[in-house]
Design a protein around this ligand. Structure first.
Ligand code: ZN
Length: 292
């Protein structure tokens, strides 16, 4: 029995990891196709888009888009982002970058019906591309002309951007809330914002909320309380964001609260006041958090 359970869990992990890989590779492929197609039709290479020459904004975004399959796949299959997935993202990113170069190489038309691929090999093309590439700076696309050896350095910076984009997706998964009991990803059930124009009101709310039973009327009252509603948002206005999440497997719920205080211009996070509270089993707070 115990053994069967273990085999079942291993099998679930293998199936999950396989599914995540399929999703991840699919979005990498789609990103490569999108970059090559956009370049082909508009002559705008999104992948090499950079700001201040060295900030590889295009590559960063491409990396995040390419790795998004790992993100959504992991959530769907309830697979934790392992180091193996991280390595996979790095390897697939490297292959994807070469695939982008290769796609551009295959589609590069020299005119008169001659394709670049008829004239030079891919490695020769890559050599020329990386050492004679010109650089487009910013949105205006100012051309800097030949940049010689910097082409290789830039390609490497773009690779780093691509990888950082992918790794940040992986890190987002690492911090994604998980059920303590069964390790499944929690699903967001309800969200609620509350505004407090005075510190006293906020303190009364924040300090008392979890002092009272969460399934009682006082808790529901506090969750509905909007003492600052309608008041002008000024410096010092406090905003709370409550997120109720639940485990799709065991239905355990968890409340997360984030607090923001309005500064001179905008709301700023107060991370010291962030809290996560596990709700006792069998209590469903969805109607309470959803209530207006
Ligand atoms: Zn659970």
């Amino acid at each position: 029995m115990q053994r069967d359970l273990l085999v079942g869990r291993d099998l679930k992990n293998i199936v999950g990891n396989f599914g995540v890989s399929i999703f991840g590779i699919a979005t990498f492929l789609l990103t490569v196709i999108a970059v090559v197609a956009v370049n082909q039709f508009t002559h705008f290479n999104f992948f090499t888009l950079s700001f201040f020459v060295v900030v590889p904004a295009g590559a960063l975004l491409c990396g995040a888009a390419a790795a998004s399959g790992y993100y959504f796949g992991s959530l769907l299959f309830h697979t934790r982002p392992t180091v193996l997935i991280l390595i996979q993202i790095l390897v697939v990113a490297a292959i994807a970058q070469f695939a982008i170069y290769y796609g551009e190489y295959r589609l590069l038309d020299l005119g008169n019906g001659r394709m670049a691929s008829d004239v030079v090999s891919f490695s020769e093309y890559l050599d020329i591309y990386l050492s004679h590439t010109s650089l487009r700076v910013g949105r205006a696309g100012t051309n800097t002309g030949d940049i010689g050896d910097y082409g290789r350095i830039l390609a490497f910076i773009q690779f780093l951007g691509f990888v950082v984009g992918g790794v940040s997706v992986w890190l987002m998964l690492r911090v994604y809330p998980v059920c303590e009991k069964c390790g499944r990803y929690l699903r967001t059930l309800a969200k609620k914002q509350q505004i407090f124009s005075t510190q006293e009101d906020f303190t009364r709310y924040y300090d008392n909320l979890f002092e009272v039973p969460v399934d009682g009327p006082h808790f529901a009252q506090l969750m509905k309380w909007q003492p600052g509603k309608g008041d002008k948002i000024v410096k010092g206005t406090i905003q709370t964001q409550t997120t109720l999440r639940g485990c799709p497997n065991c239905h355990t719920q968890r409340i997360s609260q984030e607090v923001k205080v309005c500064g001179d211009k905008e709301f700023r996070d107060v991370p010291q006041l962030t809290r996560h509270i596990r709700i006792p089993d069998g209590i469903d707070l969805k109607p309470v958090v959803k209530a207006v």
